[in-house]
Design a protein around this ligand. Sequence first.
Ligand SMILES: Cc1cc2nc3c(=O)[nH]c(=O)nc-3n(C[C@H](O)[C@H](O)[C@H](O)COP(=O)(O)OP(=O)(O)OC[C@H]3O[C@@H](n4cnc5c(N)ncnc54)[C@H](O)[C@@H]3O)c2cc1C
Length: 392
Amino acid sequence: MTRNDSGERRAIVVGAGIAGLAAAMRLHRAGWQVLIAERAPARRSSGYMLNLVGGGYDAAERLGILPALAERDLGLFTSILVKADGTPKLTVPAAVVAAAVGPRAISVFRGDLESVLYEAVRDTAEFRFGTTVEAVEQDGDGVTVALSDGTTERAELLLGADGLHSGVRRLLFGPEPEHRVDLHHMVGAFPLRRTPREPAEGSGTTFIGPRRTAAVVNLGPDRSSAFFAYRAADPESELERGPARALAEAFGDLGGGVPEALAGLRDDPGGAYFDSVSQIVMDGWSRGRVALLGDAAWCVTLFAGYGAALALAGADRLGAALERHGDVAAALADWEAELRPEVRKRQALARRGIAQFAPPTRAHIWMNELTMRAIRLPGLRQLVQRSVRSAR
Ligand SMILES: Cc1cc2nc3c(=O)[nH]c(=O)nc-3n(C[C@H](O)[C@H](O)[C@H](O)COP(=O)(O)OP(=O)(O)OC[C@H]3O[C@@H](n4cnc5c(N)ncnc54)[C@H](O)[C@@H]3O)c2cc1C
């Protein structure tokens, strides 16, 4: 059955992350009934801090989740660029950061964004946690999906919103190496279980050195986090070492709040995000009635600072395309044509963004510092603001 007893169109969404939950929300609004299969046994929270600006903020507004997100907004903080030993080099007050970013911006933990989306769909979508997809077959009328819980489900549309290492992509579009472009960097990001002693509450320190960045943000209890990015010739061996060892080796020489953050990770590595930085580049995001969405289809990486934004915008536009077209194939074609230029732009910006997070030379570090210094000077601030906002 591709429709339920009430005659609603049925979709199966794989992955209860940002893209999957936003799609479930938007498809429900478009009159669809949604079943979500999520590999994790239960919902998780916390994670790393992310910013929604520009198109991401607009999409959150269209989805109607801004008021709930505003309650969890981490706000902006004083940004301190530090030397390797943790001593300050340059301070940008929170008010100046706010002026550069503009009013339409919000910072939340990834888990909080997921929670807001989950609350919005928990009563309308059917959830199967601890479940993944094992086989997919399509015919003229619909798609039949064998799930790992032993059931078989039928729907008009299957969405693979299962992230960078998507299982749906592997099943329908071929092995991961055919689509994954390794950028040869690693990222580690995690919440700090204990409020850090350094830096002071309401501020964050960033060390940017050749080929690496370390940031520690203190926003008080349960709101503090750390972030690390570095160049890695062999990401596989970094992954084998695991976050605690790999990050200690790459950042163990730094001072300030870094040693305490790394010690916290060693004692409790559970909530850490640690992965190689890769983009997903595909010729097409759908095959018949199966479409990929979010990082599974077009991962832009954290260097773009825009993956969650695209997950929300992609889900919102997919719902709108399904409202415009009764025919699934026509809707998917229209949706992809509309979204692709934005994804291409973000992937290109991310490749350029590497020089900000892991500067290849001292000249790049100097240029970064110059931008931060310029933002503090009223005369140049507007120029920097324009360039910050035009990158959205
Ligand atoms: C450190 C860091 C900072 C970032 N900062 C920003 C930022 O400031 N702004 C921004 O817009 N973006 C940011 N991003 C990017 C953003 O977090 C991602 O692009 C976004 O989370 C992608 O959402 P998604 O739903 O596509 O994938 P995911 O969030 O990865 O969700 C995928 C879901 O699918 C589930 N799953 C995986 N495999 C299977 C399977 N086989 N079967 C069933 N379920 C499965 C997973 O458990 C997960 O729940 C950042 C990323 C990182 C790592």
